[in-house]
Write a protein that binds this ligand. Structure first.
Ligand code: B12
Length: 222
């Protein structure tokens, strides 16, 4: 198969049913046909996962379906990662990232990481279910420019506030820029917890992260 539209449709359909081997094959076929990695991601893989979420909401899909679709997408992401994150770019800053405690969703976070790496950030990923103490220890160790908290559940979003409190308590709040994000997060929520920045998607996150670093560097004399 080498027709781009058929490849995109195939990727969408096979991600929806969680056929990981076929998703990987189609990803290879798309790349071999000269398609852009971004096109595979934004025109097929992400819309498919959005449909998975919609079906879950309607009660047509359950957790296992969500899980296998997520795995199928993650397999393709592994293949696309080095292509999306072009190397050789000067380091813009250090970004420490993690999914908050109680939350295992990591596809959105991983996508943000890939885009940040591609834009020249050094990314330190703490993984999922990251407790406030772990964020604090990692900030003390790595001294990042930015820490990012990712949450995909309305029930885990309050962990942002818990993390902010832990930062205050450790005396680190002024030393690091805080960004928050994840499917249910809004600018209003980010403001309410006192974060410095929010972004709805990976490319907006890269832009906002760069702006926040520039603003901070402009304030602090070198
Ligand atoms: C795949 C998936 C799963 C997989 C996760 C696999 C994995 N490794 O991530 C599994 C099956 C494990 C899962 C489990 C659950 N899930 Co789930 N899951 C999803 C699904 C279908 C896709 C999520 C996803 O990866 N989307 C793709 C990415 C690319 O999303 P994105 O939002 O566009 O990401 C961008 C932004 O959010 C932003 N961003 C992300 N992180 C950050 C961080 C920062 C700092 C910034 C600035 C930006 C940023 O940039 C990203 C890239 O552009 C969503 C549905 C949906 N539409 O979101 C439900 C969804 C998130 N899950 C949901 C639920 C309810 C659950 C469960 C509670 C189900 C259950 N009963 O067990 C459990 C919870 C487990 C837990 N404790 O965490 C609900 C949440 C509802 C709510 N209001 O809280 C959703 C919305 C489904 C629904 N419509 O009901 N899930």
């Amino acid at each position: 198969m080498s027709d781009p539209n058929e490849i995109l449709k195939g990727l969408y359909d096979e991600t929806l049913v969680g056929n990981a081997p076929r998703v990987l094959e189609l990803t290879e076929e798309g790349l071999a046909a000269g398609m852009e990695p971004q096109s595979l991601l934004f025109e097929a893989l992400i819309p498919s996962l959005e449909e998975v979420g919609a079906r879950f909401e309607r009660g047509d899909f359950f957790v296992p379906e969500m899980l296998i679709a997520g795995r199928a997408m993650a397999g393709a992401m592994e293949r696309l990662r080095p292509l999306l994150a072009e190397t050789g770019v000067e380091t813009v800053g250090t970004f420490l990232m993690g999914t908050v405690k109680g939350d295992v969703h990591d596809i959105g976070k991983n996508l943000v990481n890939i885009m940040l790496e591609g834009a020249g950030f050094e990314v330190i990923d703490l993984g999922v279910q990251v407790a406030p103490e772990k964020f604090i220890a990692a900030i003390e160790e790595h001294k990042p420019d930015i820490v990012g908290f990712s949450a995909f559940l309305t029930t885990t979003m309050p962990m942002f506030k818990a993390n902010m409190n832990a930062l205050e308590k450790a005396g680190l709040r002024d030393q690091v820029i805080v960004m928050v994000g994840g499917a249910p997060v809004t600018q209003e929520y980010a403001d309410a917890v006192g974060a410095d920045g929010y972004a709805a998607d990976a490319s907006a996150c890269v832009k906002r992260a760069k702006d926040l670093i520039e603003q901070k560097r402009a304030k602090v004399p070198a």
